[in-house]
Ligand binder design. Structure first.
Ligand code: ATP
Ligand code: MG
Length: 364
């Protein structure tokens, strides 16, 4: 690692935030999290509303005090530095623009303050890539929320910061623009190599953008890994349930001893992990991993189709398993054309049958 690259490594060590507001009990929003982000890496911080994503970013940016732990950029602990000296670019929605200045002047402001002779040219180049050249002459007051969001993103990018923090940078864009700006953001990030954290609660955005995803819940990092690791080997029931579309099926199962798990009266599924006979587990089965098979397949479960949705590229069958509560969603080839009332036999490859401890919810 070169010295310049090493200076872009971002580490969080036991980072903690307790909010103390008057008249309310103290609230621990971030519960001592660790993250080690490589120089130039793009990390998505993914989690449900209120899990502590924005709080984490604001602490790194210096906009929120830290209750405990350390933030390191390169080898420097930046926890006590003011925001302006952390060398971090932030794209937060709440960031105010100067009303009397045009968007172009707003974007060039920071560069001009540092006497960058190329300020306007850099602004025009970024604006073009974010599809917002038409916004440059306007004043901030007249911008829509999606336009403001692109301006905030451009402002963070134009400084070419070593570390970039973006909080839901695309949430107000329409679907088409969102995809295009998302791709351009990734191209820019690769081109300039900013170490980036992007906060999102959109899993598709996280999967498509990120080198690694940190899945967060209730102030804790539940898993930090590549999109494939998160999808193929979820660390616990929460991660399994949060990532994946349609969502994973989670069912009560009982260990059958020899490489199989029993699901109610429906039959058994093959497992890669060994489960002692009688162990109670939660079985996770992704709709995409289900296979239709024949009745005589040894490890398979019987199900009855309740609803079949033909989505052209594939079909989704919602089925019921005898002796099990709830429903199971199964993705099948478009050619299957199932109908309500059909009896089907379902199996899955052993390494795609996820097992979670029924009590701790950890992966087995
Ligand atoms: N200034 C504050 N004082 C007290 N509690 C706060 C404060 N700011 C945030 N919180 C609480 O801390 C928790 C985490 O908030 P945070 O904004 O970090 O969540 P988030 O993951 O960004 O959620 P969202 O996806 O909705 O933006 C929430 O329960 C929130 O109510
Ligand atoms: Mg937030």
């Amino acid at each position: 690692m070169t010295a310049a690259a090493a200076a872009q490594r971002l580490r969080l060590e036991s980072l903690r935030k307790i909010y103390q507001s008057r008249g309310r009990d103290p609230f621990e929003a971030v519960k001592g999290i660790d993250l080690d982000i490589e120089p130039g890496e793009l990390v998505a911080l993914l989690g449900p509303s209120g899990c502590g994503k924005t709080t984490t970013l604001r602490m790194i940016a210096g906009l929120e005090t830290v209750t405990g732990g350390r933030i390191l950029i390169g080898d420097r602990s930046v926890g006590s530095l003011p925001p302006g000296r952390r060398n971090v670019g932030v794209g937060f929605e709440s960031y105010a623009l100067y009303p009397p200045l045009s968007v172009r002047e707003n974007l060039a402001y920071g560069l001009k303050a540092r006497r960058d002779p190329d300020a306007l040219r850099k602004v025009d180049a970024i604006a073009e890539r974010l599809e917002m050249t038409d916004l440059l002459p306007l004043r901030p007051a007249g911008l829509s929320s999606g336009q403001k969001q692109r301006v905030a993103l451009a402002r963070a990018l134009v400084r070419n910061p070593p570390v970039l923090l973006l909080d839901e940078p695309l949430s107000h864009l329409d679907a088409g623009q969102r995809q295009r700006v998302r791709r351009e953001l990734k191209v820019l990030q690769r081109e300039f190599g900013y170490t980036t954290i992007i906060v999102t609660h959109d899993q598709l955005e996280a999967l498509s953008l990120a080198d690694r995803i940190a899945v967060m819940d209730a102030g804790e990092i539940q898993q930090f890994g590549t999109p494939d690791e998160i999808f193929d080997r979820p660390a616990n029931r929460f991660v399994a349930d949060f990532v994946g579309e349609p969502p994973i099926n989670l069912l009560p199962g009982v260990g059958g001893g020899t490489g199989e798990v029993r699901l109610g009266d429906a039959g058994t599924l093959p497992t890669a992990a060994h489960l002692s006979s009688g162990t109670e587990v939660t079985v996770g089965l992704r709709p995409q991993d289900c296979r239709l098979t024949t009745v005589d397949a040894a490890t398979s479960v019987t199900a009855t189709v309740l609803v079949y949705e033909n989505l052209l590229e594939y079909g989704l069958a919602t089925v019921e398993l005898p002796g099990l509560p709830g429903r199971v969603v199964v993705q099948v080839d478009a050619s299957e054309r199932l109908s309500a009332g059909d009896k089907v036999q379902i199996t899955a490859p052993p390494d795609r049958v996820h097992l979670f401890d029924a009590t701790t919810t950890h992966r087995l």
